[in-house]
Write a protein that binds this ligand. Structure first.
Ligand code: SAM
Length: 493
């Protein structure tokens, strides 16, 4: 019979005995039974159903066991399980779990059958009869690993019409193909697919084939797979193939115990914005208030629509070490790092800085320098503990007399055709980025503490006129957080 305590003990024992390189080779991070049971609880009732369950990358079968326990409890009519596992070392414990599943179903008078495929799931189910939609349910904790563009995996996926560069998204996409119409999929994966251009085709594939019903976000990066030291922000999601898209349940918990789980419903249009060509997933962990809702409708301009661009600061300082200078001398221009950000402005030079304040303007460095002007800058890195992800500063050329400027690559630089912006626009943009509204918006689609140019291109902005009007409201003193929020939430200068 199924004992989840015994299953957890087997899982921990195997994890302890598996060298880190092997774990990483197979992308082997096993699901604790608490999470597995929670995932199984997300399926609709199994009562009276003929369950045909797919578990791809099954490990020792923890997810299958959780679904079988739930299906037995609900009173399913029959259960057929199909597990795919590539690591020969796990086949014995997997078969043991399936044996326990069979015993538990038999005890409840439920017909049970199981098949174990020892092939590579991507190569084996990408094309041919294995790809036929024969499953009613899929439960996945797939391996995480990049797929090289010239690999057999990639060409097999292409044959199946799937364009994706990571094993986890490949597993989800292939599992969706295997589901019959109305079939349900529950998966735990990294959150990374929710944003970024790299996963756009995958998001489009998900949304075109199925309805997103539920997403759970683990707030702590170590939460779900603590024992295996996985530093990934994870999500659990539930899809219904061919389903009609309705509201989405978004929940959050700090850790794997799920004991502080909070949940709310969001209109789908607030999870994937109708005008967003990137189809980012916005996962608000709190109910949106009316101000946020109104803001999202009004601040709908992409950077390119504003005629602006954003780039990573072009100077990689260690490559130009010999051109960096502590003190200003002839031919030197300012070198700006995040540590120069102070109360919303670049404060340069910094007397006690560990890094040099200047860079020589010479034929080797010139192409990495920008003409002086007003720029809105943003720190690229923040720590998880920091209250804000978006930390902007205005570079005001009036305070720093030099024809060019070097921006370190730990900053993001907003520019107009590689030149500065009108002063009021640079200030208004910094003000918007300093708002709690923009910070929350970014967090809804990005789980990273790093803010890259791609994230800033994905963010939406107020109109150019509105930003400029906001920039008119201050000159040398950045408004307080309260004032910034009053302006941005109230949409008034
Ligand atoms: C993240 S682990 C999850 C295991 C299990 N589903 C669980 O939740 O405990 C992924 C599993 O996929 C297996 N795996 C990796 N690559 C695979 C492939 N190409 N085909 C089938 N299984 C694979 C690994 O050996 C590992 O057991």
């Amino acid at each position: 019979m199924l004992s989840f305590q015994a299953l957890d003990e087997r899982r921990s024992e195997i994890a302890r005995a598996t060298p880190a390189e092997r774990k990483s080779h197979f992308g082997q991070f096993m699901t604790p039974s608490g999470i597995a049971l929670h995932m199984a609880s997300l399926f609709s009732s199994f009562r009276g159903k003929r369950v045909r369950l797919l578990d791809a990358g099954a490990g020792i079968g923890s997810l299958t066991a959780a679904v079988v326990a739930r299906a037995v409890e609900d009173g399913a009519r029959s259960i057929e399980s199909e597990s795919w596992e590539l690591d020969a070392r796990l086949l014995e414990p997997l078969r043991q779990t399936l044996g326990e599943c069979a015993a538990s179903a038999r005890a409840a008078d439920i017909k049970f059958g199981s098949a174990v495929e020892t092939e590579d799931f991507v190569l084996g189910s990408g094309a041919g009869s294995a790809a036929a939609p024969t499953c009613s349910h899929a439960i996945l904790n797939p391996p995480y690993k990049k797929i090289r563009s010239d690999s057999a995996h990639r060409s097999s996926l292409r044959k199946a019409g799937i364009e994706t560069g990571n094993l986890y998204s490949a597993f989800v996409a292939l599992a969706l193909k295997r589901l019959e119409h109305g079939g349900e999929l529950v998966a735990i994966t990294p959150r990374s697919f929710c944003n970024g251009g790299y996963f756009r085709p995958f998001r489009e594939f998900l949304l075109s084939t199925s309805a997103l019903r539920r997403v759970h976000v683990f707030e702590s990066r170590t939460a779900a797979f603590k024992a295996d030291e996985v530093l990934q922000e994870n999500v659990i999601f539930r899809l219904v193939k061919g389903g009609v898209q309705g509201q989405v349940a978004v929940s959050v918990s700090r850790d794997a115990s799920l004991c502080d789980l909070r949940e709310h419903w969001m209109p789908f249009e607030e999870v994937v914005l109708p005008h967003d060509r990137e189809s980012l997933f916005h996962l608000a962990t709190e109910q949106l208030d009316d101000a946020a809702r109104k803001g999202m409708q009004e601040y709908r301009f992409g950077l390119s629509e504003l005629g602006l661009s954003v780039s990573t600061g072009p100077v990689v300082d260690f490559r130009h070490r010999k051109h960096l200078r502590e003190r200003r001398s002839t031919g030197c221009v300012p070198m700006v790092y995040p540590h120069h950000f102070k109360h919303g402005f670049v404060c340069h030079p910094k007397a006690d800085a560990k890094k040099p304040n200047f860079i020589e303007n010479n034929p080797d460095t010139r192409r990495w320098l920008l003409p002086t002007g007003h720029y809105a800058l943003l720190r690229r890195l923040s720590s998880k503990e920091e209250a804000r992800r978006l930390i902007p500063a205005v570079y005001d050329p009036a305070t720093i007399n030099a024809p060019l400027v070097g921006f370190d690559n730990h900053t993001n630089v907003f520019h107009e055709g590689k030149c500065g912006l009108p002063a009021t626009l640079a200030r208004g943009l910094a003000l918007y980025l300093a708002s709690s509204f923009a910070d929350r918006w970014l967090r809804r689609f990005s789980g990273h503490t790093q803010v890259n140019a791609g994230d800033l291109r994905a963010l939406c902005y107020p109109s150019r006129a509105m930003l400029s009007a906001w920039g008119e409201t201050f000159a040398n003193t950045f408004p307080s957080q309260g004032e910034v929020d009053r302006i941005v939430d109230g949409r008034g200068a």
